[in-house]
Design a protein around this ligand. Structure first.
Ligand code: F6R
Length: 609
């Protein structure tokens, strides 16, 4: 998730407007910033790694000349957060510059092709191919208009993009295109704007044109023209008036970041399906060769590791040890050695406990692998190989979209490993891979159809003093995550156990009306889980079941249920089953008058041990 911006001013310089607007998009990323403007047939660029204010204090981003320009604030996905990878990126001649938000899946092939045609690349980004593709189109056909050269370039892109392009060839235009990454236009008396999000230009105008996937924009001082990428046909669309306050705009109209981020999950899960194959392959090779594998993390990331231990076992027959990072040194510090591999999972890549475990393992010559959302974080620097989960910044303190993305990446690793080891049939692997592709849509359906249900449940159970969360198999991890969400933002003491363990102690807490949430994936443990539900029901518990559609047997036993679509493979079930639990926690916090974005005593990144 990055922020792009562009504007054409009728009066005045563009650069100060671009810088101020990027600042309002900084929530989308802050690894680096860059601005490009045009004046008198020349392109001016300033960019560097770091946050906007820091870069501005050194470079003075405002003093670029010209009434037209583009800018970018970056959340690194391809290439480290260094100056060389900061946008805008340009072609070989420096006459075409591009800013981009998204992931170009086929960039390696395109890059190779362009390099073979003599193009020189300077960055490690996927974005740079766009500038060179446009240049190539113009080289081949110098008569081409800029818009057509950009159009032909975007037609070759696979993946997600919102791009804005400027060029000295037609210095009065900004050309944009969108596929699966957000893009909006702002229209005012004095200017036209394009941006990743409305807050960027909201102080200047509330007249907004929303751009859809597959659309292409030509911005000029005369206004905007929308066309379809596939046939270049014209789209007529009038601006709408948006009556958001700036604060609402940053949250895209949602009252809290947490619910906004819950809603982002279909998109963030789609991004996880665009991982760089090379790194997934490398990591799975290391896992395959390891004598022992520890999955090390804290909090929600630990729950992703716990779920992953079931995935690795069931798909690749690889035993792994999920370990709380804070316990790693005590538990395994003496035995970890050169044959051990640590897969450290940390959204922030800065969690002190996780880094301490990594340091301990590294000192004993173990191999460190990383999965993180923050490229350039300490974890990426200390890992032999790492992979970025590409979820974009998460602002709500409670992890939501980053959890489901971690699960998706870990499932992909397990599938790769499975392929290497040949442990399950090709048909089974293909089926799981296919269903993984469908999960973004499934998650979208769950959010749309079950939100109201979660709201009602929160109303009904808001006075409960304690909650239980139970599941078997991989659903144990989902149960732990449901408990953590509810405890941390709604402050309801909650208990989670593998359902089979509850009769070894926790069941003594059950009394009439105590809500017990069962995670009821349709897996090998389903029958036994029904027995566990009966045990709780017999003692008067209120059963809240998260079930697959059509699971009539469990529905009949439940006081309340939330449904997720049918046919989800067991190992993938934590992704869809986590969604109702996130929603329940969110609405429960609201019922209790709490702000779910800022739970007491917690920080987004815990940098103390
Ligand atoms: C819970 C939550 C925390 C983090 C934990 C690890 O919603 O966000 O439990 O999961 O502090 O953080 P990372 O993943 O940044 O290492």
């Amino acid at each position: 998730m990055c922020g792009i911006f562009g504007c054409i001013m009728k009066q005045g310089n563009a650069a100060p407007i671009i810088r101020a607007s990027l600042k309002r998009l900084e929530y989308r990323g802050y690894d680096s910033v860059g601005v490009a403007t045009i004046q008198d047939g020349k392109i001016y660029v300033k960019k560097d790694q770091g946050k906007i204010d820091d870069v501005h204090s050194i470079l003075n981003l405002d003093d670029l000349p010209g009434n037209l320009g583009i800018g970018h604030t970056r959340w690194a996905t391809h290439g480290a957060p260094l100056k060389i990878n900061a946008h805008p990126h340009s072609d070989c001649t420096g006459q075409i510059v591009v800013v981009h938000n998204g992931i170009i899946e086929n960039f390696s092939e395109l890059k190779l092709e362009l390099e073979n045609n003599g193009h020189k690349f300077v960055s490690k980004t996927d974005t740079e191919v766009i500038a060179h593709l446009i240049e190539e189109n113009l080289r081949k056909n110098p008569e081409l208009e800029l818009a057509n050269a950009v159009l032909e370039a975007v037609k070759r892109l696979e993946g997600s993009y919102a791009v804005a392009v400027i060029s000295t060839r037609e210095p009065d235009k900004i050309i944009c295109a969108r596929n699966e990454s957000p893009l909006v236009l702002g229209i005012s008396e004095n200017a036209v704007y394009c941006a990743s999000d409305i807050p960027a230009f909201l102080p200047f105008t509330n007249k907004v044109v929303l751009i859809n996937d597959g659309e292409f924009i030509i911005l000029s001082s005369k206004g905007y023209e929308i066309r379809r990428i596939n046939d270049f046909s014209i789209v007529a669309r009038e601006p709408e008036i948006v009556d958001w306050t700036p604060e609402m705009a940053v949250k895209q109209g949602y009252p809290h970041f947490m619910i906004k981020e819950i809603h982002e999950q279909p998109a963030t899960l789609r991004n996880t399906l665009r991982m760089q194959e090379h790194y997934l392959d490398l990591i799975s090779t290391f896992l395959d060769r390891a004598r022992e594998v520890f999955l090390v993390a804290c909090g929600t990331s630990y729950h992703a590791c716990l779920a992953a231990s079931y995935m690795f076992s069931k798909l690749a027959f690889l035993p792994t040890y999920p370990v709380y990072a804070s316990e790693f040194m005590e538990q395994h510090g003496k035995s970890v050695n050169i044959d051990s591999t640590i897969l450290a999972v940390s959204q922030s890549g800065e969690t002190a406990d996780t880094l301490a475990a990594v340091t301990c393992a590294q000192q004993r010559a173990a191999t460190i692998l990383g999965l993180t959302n923050v490229i350039g974080s300490t974890l990426t620097r200390v890992s032999r190989v790492y992979v970025g989960q590409q979820s974009g910044p998460e602002i709500g303190v409670a992890a939501t979209k980053t959890f489901t993305s971690q699960l998706s990446v870990l499932a992909q690793l397990a599938l790769r490993l499975s392929k290497k080891r040949g442990k399950i049939s090709q048909d089974e692997m293909d089926d799981i891979a296919e269903r993984l592709e469908k999960l973004p849509d499934i998650v979208e359906t769950i959010i749309q159809t079950q939100k109201e249900k979660a709201k009602q449940l929160a109303k009904k159970y808001k006075d409960a003093k304690t909650f239980f969360f139970l599941g078997r198999g991989v659903s144990t991890a989902t149960a732990y995550e449901g408990r953590l969400k509810l405890m941390e933002i709604a402050y309801i003491p909650s208990i989670a156990f593998p359902a089979g363990e509850s009769k070894h102690g926790p069941i003594s807490l059950i009394e009439a009306g105590l809500p017990v949430v069962f995670i009821c994936a349709k897996d090998g443990a389903h029958k036994t889980l029904i027995g566990n539900i009966m045990e709780m029901k017999a003692r008067g518990a209120s059963i809240i079941a998260i079930v697959e559609e059509g699971d009539e047997e469990i529905k009949a036993l439940s006081d309340d249920y939330v449904e997720v679509p049918k046919g989800i493979p067991e190992v993938l079930s934590p992704i869809p089953f986590a969604i109702p639990l996130q929603l329940l926690a969110y609405y429960m916090a609201l019922e209790k008058g709490l702000n779910p974005d800022t739970p007491r005593n917690l920080a987004k990144s815990v940098t103390v041990k």
